[in-house]
Design a protein around this ligand. Sequence first.
Ligand code: GDP
Ligand code: MG
Length: 193
Amino acid sequence: MGSENSAPPLIAIVGRPNVGKSTLFNRLVGRRRAIVEPACGVTRDRVYESFFSGRHAFRLVDTGGLIPGSREKIPAAIRAQADKAIAEAQVIFFVVDAKCGVHPDDVEILAAVRRAGKRIFLIVNKVDSPAQETMHAEFHALGISDVFCISAEHGLNIEAMLSLLEKEVAVPAPPVVPREASLCRIAIVGRPN
Ligand code: GDP
Ligand code: MG
């Protein structure tokens, strides 16, 4: 009980700046905890929160947007934070922007994420209406089988993503042991006196 095995799985939200990582984080935790900005590079530190989906608990960590190859001090620090989040996580939500299509930085970040060997969900964000779903077709070329077209801002299609998470990643709740059965029975035996 309370061992590492029963800790809720950790999901790291990773991707380029401005793809909607913090918006997704806030959508899942149900409040505005991570800062959402139209400007790049606003989320610098890792932000952790728990959330429930169905009867399962998960932990979520938001990371700053990754800019591959940047040697500047702040992007490098953001990258170090994101690397830690990726190392700790069991699942990566790799977020891309449907409106931009596949960006060269997506390819580079994904290669780094793959090296960590974690389970990856490809989240194609900013699919704000069903008509826009065709936009995700090119993302299949990234070679990830679990692709979800969502709108973090409008809360669209989040359920499909969560149900796979529940099915495959959730830690089963420990079995409820009936109170009677959990009591030890002790027999005291011996000669009279
Ligand atoms: P981050 O840098 O990846 O954390 O991105 P943010 O969550 O800060 O969002 C960047 C911008 O994208 C903000 O202006 C958001 O309002 C916008 N955004 C996020 N999700 C969506 C979405 O589902 N649809 C649209 N149209 N815009 C979004
Ligand atoms: Mg952010």
